[in-house]
Design a binder for this molecule. Structure first.
Ligand code: PEP
Ligand code: MN
Length: 341
């Protein structure tokens, strides 16, 4: 339930509502806008006691939260959230590009990539230390050695890093090295991991599961917010469909929809979304056009030698070209100029 306070509600009136929400068995969550304050009653309690608050002083109205996700919804927080990752704001005016290899393979590979993507305009680095691989025989990542390399790359370039966390056991170690922790697509509904990440003071990049609906994805984000971590960025990375020409089907409507339903920033991953180098430029531009707050793109010094995801990784020159293309305007629309004249 949401208690919308009236424009001139006093602090005392707001505090009274917060107390009453607690008494009714819910957790209160306050969002202070420039004009009005919203107090959400989240959890399960005695609903009629919240409904009755519509006659309390300073209250404009009381409405039900339409969606099963609550703290994530725009109804509870109409203003867009900006998540700061090591000083880089995601969800603000500018599109944030995160770039780097799928896996950290060596110091030389990571450092050369970090410098190249920084020069091309990336604002953050990526690189997997713990890799979720479909086959147990594939390269599984360098673990802590990779984390040290990532830290060095970040210190040298000043770019914050995001890296994937696969297990609750690794959370503390990752927090020592990373600026942001990524929950991979395969772990989107690993509720034990989400609960643990809700308690840390690091931003989380939550990828959409390959078979998850937008509602399930937002409910996974709700675990993080409900547990106390508000710094969550969503990432669309393609879903499973009947199409076999692309690795996944990149669901750009979901980017626009997630931004419609939620105040959280949403970024897009055209690398995993398509699995094809040749499609990264087009899908990057398309993602920005539908409102993505950022992109995460795989870049490798020599994609043909990559230990994971080579076919979808860009070399330095191709990445630079994608970056330059991002600021090109969309095409002119036939008839629009004439219609305006
Ligand atoms: C990755 O970012 O390299 C990765 C494994 O992503 P996803 O979880 O989206 O497959
Ligand atoms: Mn990858």
């Amino acid at each position: 339930m949401i208690v919308n306070m009236s424009d001139g509600a006093t602090e005392e009136q707001i505090n009274h509502i917060i107390d009453r929400i607690r008494e009714a068995g819910y957790q209160p969550h306050v969002t202070r806008g420039t004009e009005r304050t919203i107090v959400a009653a989240v959890g399960s309690g005695r609903r009629h006691e919240i409904e009755a608050l519509q006659v309390a002083p300073g209250v404009d109205n009381v409405v039900a939260i339409a969606q099963p996700f609550k703290l994530v919804s725009k109804q509870v927080k109409p203003q867009r959230s900006v998540v700061s990752v090591g000083g880089v704001p995601i969800g603000g005016e500018e599109v944030v590009v995160i770039a780097g290899p799928c896996s950290v393979e060596s110091r030389e590979q990571m450092l050369s990539t970090a410098h190249a993507v920084k020069k091309a305009g990336a604002a953050m680095l990526r690189g997997g230390a713990y890799k979720p691989r479909t086959s147990p025989y594939d390269f599984q990542g360098l673990g802590e050695e990779a984390l040290k390399i990532l830290r060095e790359a970040s210190d040298e370039t000043g770019l914050p890093i995001v890296t994937e966390v696969m297990s609750t056991e690794d959370v503390e170690l990752l927090c020592e090295y990373a600026d942001m922790l990524q929950v991979g697509a395969r772990n989107m509904q690993n509720f034990a991991l989400l609960r643990k990440l809700a308690t840390i003071r690091k931003p989380v990049l939550l990828k959409r599961g390959p078979s998850a609906t937008v509602k399930e994805w937002l409910l996974a984000a709700e675990y993080l917010l409900a547990g106390g971590n508000k710094d969550v960025v969503l990432c669309e990375r393609g879903i499973k469909t009947f199409e076999t020409e692309t690795r996944n089907t990149m669901d750009l409507a979901a980017v626009a929809l997630a931004r419609d339903l939620s105040h959280l920033p949403v970024i897009a991953d055209p690398s995993h979304g398509t699995g094809k180098q040749s499609l990264i430029a087009a899908m990057s531009r398309a993602s920005v056009a539908v409102g993505a707050d950022g992109l995460i793109i795989e870049v490798h010094p020599c994609p043909e030698r990559a230990l994971s995801d080579g076919p979808q990784s860009l070399d330095f020159a191709a990445f630079e070209k994608v970056m330059r293309g991002l600021s090109d305007p969309l095409r002119g629309v036939a008839g629009l100029v004439a219609a305006r004249a």
